[in-house]
Design a protein around this ligand. Structure first.
Ligand SMILES: Nc1ncnc2c1ncn2[C@@H]1O[C@H](COP(=O)(O)OP(=O)(O)O)[C@@H](O)[C@H]1O
Ligand SMILES: O=c1ccn([C@@H]2O[C@H](COP(=O)(O)O)[C@@H](O)[C@H]2O)c(=O)[nH]1
Length: 293
């Protein structure tokens, strides 16, 4: 079923309760020619493709990873060997920068702000995304939340794929990174729910105690969400209320990706309309006001 047919069946009114789509729904199903030519690169004499890059932002514990996992599952990608996957997912947390000794000591006491843009190595993230767009195989570090640092021995090899999802609290914060995305999703889960999910997750999976989690949340996570993450919601093309609970929204996104995967390479290159071209504040739209968040 095509996206336009789904829209007609669901009805535009109901659709807006399922997810919010910026400007108009056309973005999801209009085949607009890319303003940037799609680059075909050659690695070892093999033509490789430019993948469709999807940014997934949202507050901590909003369900970004779970939404990406659901998308991968519904597309039957989780069961595949890594080398065979057509859709892959990367976390921005893999791009936390290495802390100085003093910062590491503050982090151990829960006094380092991991929610501030300065905590990330945005240049490295940008370089890796550019390599991915160039069709290269890349190594992505694994982040260890217990030692608050990149794991010294573990990394993930990301093989060239058709669709790459990048999820993280600040993936829309850095303009150069933001402009690389062909589609931007914002997982919009209410903050009480997010805190209620973060507390058990950080205690069970990230080695924290209750007092530490609540102090970090009040001192850093909540203020930084309001200052740095929430304002980036205006850059999203699609807003997903309630995260992974929003099965209809996830199914619509899955449908869009499946249709993309069925296309020939030439059709794909035409479908790679540039998300940045519809982004308020991007060079192409300088002077136009962004939608308030
Ligand atoms: N819809 C949901 N219902 C219940 N628990 C959820 C839901 N979505 C996520 N969670 C749980 O909440 C925590 C945070 O979810 P996660 O997807 O890791 O969020 P994020 O990637 O945004 O930090 C995890 O423990 C996850 O299992
Ligand atoms: O060493 C660290 C690194 C990060 N955090 C917190 O993690 C979240 C981002 O991850 P989500 O999966 O999106 O929740 C961020 O809010 C940091 O506060 C950490 O606690 N320790």
């Amino acid at each position: 079923m095509s996206m336009s047919l789904i829209l007609r069946r669901v009805g535009v009114g109901s659709f807006h309760r399922i997810l919010s789509v910026k400007y108009n729904f056309k973005f999801l199903y209009t085949h607009k020619m890319s303003e940037k030519p799609v680059e075909y690169t050659h690695t070892n004499g093999i033509e490789s493709k430019t993948p469709f890059l999807i940014g997934v932002a949202g507050g901590t514990a909003s369900g970004k990873s779970t939404v990406c996992q659901r998308i991968m599952e519904k597309l039957g990608q989780q069961q595949k060997e890594h080398t065979e996957r057509r859709v892959v997912c990367i976390s921005q947390d893999s791009f936390y920068r290495t802390l100085t000794t003093a910062e590491r000591m503050r982090a151990e006491r829960g006094q380092f702000n991991f929610d501030h843009p300065d905590a990330f190595d945005d240049k490295k993230l940008l370089a890796v995304l550019k390599d991915i767009l160039a069709g290269k195989k890349v190594e992505v570090p694994e982040y260890d939340y217990i030692s608050n640092s990149i794991h010294p021995h573990h990394s993930h090899t990301i093989y060239p794929a058709d669709v790459v999802l990048i999820e993280g609290i600040l993936v829309f914060y850095f303009p150069e990174v933001r402009e690389l995305f062909h589609m931007k999703l914002f997982v919009d889960t209410d903050s009480d729910t997010r805190l209620a999910r973060r507390v058990p997750r950080d205690i069970m999976e990230r080695g924290r105690d209750l007092e530490q989690v609540l102090n970090q949340y009040m001192n850093f996570v909540k203020p930084a969400f309001e200052e740095f993450c929430l304002p980036t919601k205006k850059f999203a093309d699609v807003i997903i209320p309630r995260g992974a609970d929003n099965v209809v929204a996830i199914d619509l996104i899955v449908q869009h990706i499946s249709e993309y995967l069925k296309r020939s390479p030439a059709e794909k290159s035409q479908l790679q309309y540039i998300g940045a071209s519809s982004t308020p504040g991007s060079p192409q739209r300088a002077g136009q006001a962004g939608r308030p968040h």
